[in-house]
Design a protein around this ligand. Structure first.
Ligand code: SD4
Length: 340
């Protein structure tokens, strides 16, 4: 597989190019790109292509952060996924989905079979079962081991603050500390980005008629507090699409990103005349203004097929692309903005 992947290291501006149809997704998830491209080429159906691409990552458990196998504090894995149709602004999403492996598949049913936009938790599971999905455990041997190691290391890292016992050295259960003791200067935990602790798949598919779909699938943040929902299923945060303008999808520290709607911002930037690179960079810069240590990335594509990305908090950010007249998936790596 890797033999067929063209690997490019490009400067940010050089990453812009033109041509549709287009499949572009976050990270080196080239098998997902390839799968989406196959479906797009065979059927010209951008929705099915996006669902097939993201489903491939769920099956592969891409980097352990899409699909099953990522424990929260209780050891359970829950999933977030989103699909947005740029033609009619319809959305189907699931958040904190329990016991169903194919989150993007369920999001497709929310999109097509309901007038809602987002279903969550156990009731999203019930909905999935009624649509024909099978209920099964999302734990794996590896996620069980990870969870045991986490418990044995005093539940570090975790996402608690201003509670007792001290969450930086002890496990819960926690209770709130008195208001006077709250340290408002307490710095946000640095999102620990390594190959097993990041990597939402965010994907944009544009068919030859410029019909755009954008979507995401992820198991969120490892050792999240049960019930936590990240940016990925939130329209405008995890992804956004509008025909005639373009689309964007995000990956990274979702608790911060959802405060800024970077995918929506990037698409608005395209609407206002920015080039994809500038549109992506501006969306990231708005976050960096308040969270200089923020880690994450946004991919952006114009409806005509030009694309780019911007990122922060890592050295480099790779994304995968397959487009018209190209025989292989390309991995493009851009330099990120680093914190001061
Ligand atoms: C989340 N944004 O749930 C996701 C995780 C991720 O790269 O993308 N990590 O916060």
């Amino acid at each position: 597989m890797l033999g067929f992947v063209l690997f490019l290291v490009l400067s940010c501006n050089a990453a812009e190019d033109k041509a549709i149809p287009l499949v572009i997704n976050t990270w080196k998830f080239t098998e997902a790109t390839e799968r989406a491209w196959e479906v797009l080429s065979a059927s010209s159906n951008a929705l099915n292509a996006l669902v097939a691409g993201c489903s491939r990552c769920e099956e592969l458990q891409c980097d352990g952060t899409v699909g099953p196998g990522s424990p929260d504090e209780s050891g359970e894995t829950t999933l977030d996924a989103l699909i947005m149709d740029g033609e009619n602004m319809n959305i189907g999403a699931v958040a904190n989905l329990r016991e169903i492996k194919n989150a993007i598949g369920v999001a497709k049913h929310v999109l097509l079979q309901t007038e809602h936009s987002l279903l969550s938790g156990s009731q999203a599971t019930d909905f999935a079962v009624s649509m024909g999905f099978q209920k099964e455990s999302l734990s794996t041997n590896q996620s069980k081991k990870m969870w045991e190691n986490w418990r044995n290391s005093n539940c570090q890292p975790n996402f608690w603050r201003n509670v007792k016992p001290n969450p930086k050295s002890e496990c819960g259960p926690y209770s709130p500390i008195k208001r006077n003791d709250i340290n408002s200067c307490d710095k946000r935990m640095k999102y620990n980005f390594n190959n097993n602790n990041h990597d939402t798949i965010g994907m944009i598919v544009i068919d030859s008629h410029s019909h755009i779909y954008a979507g995401t699938s992820t198991n969120g943040a490892k050792f999240k507090i049960p019930g936590r929902v990240g940016d990925s299923p939130i329209p405008g945060a995890g992804a956004y699409a509008e025909n005639g303008i373009g689309a964007a999808a995000a990956t990274g520290d979702g608790d911060v990103m959802m405060r800024f709607l970077p995918s929506f911002t990037a698409v608005e930037n395209l609407r206002n005349g920015m080039q994809p690179r500038e549109a992506a960079k501006n969306a990231i810069d708005r976050i960096l203004k308040y969270y200089p240590d923020f880690t994450g990335a946004v991919i952006v594509a114009r409806y005509t097929g030009e694309f780019s990305a911007a990122c922060a908090g890592m050295k480099k950010f790779p994304f995968s692309v397959r487009r018209n007249k190209q025989t292989n998936v390309q991995v493009i790596e851009i330099d990120c903005e680093l914190s001061n």
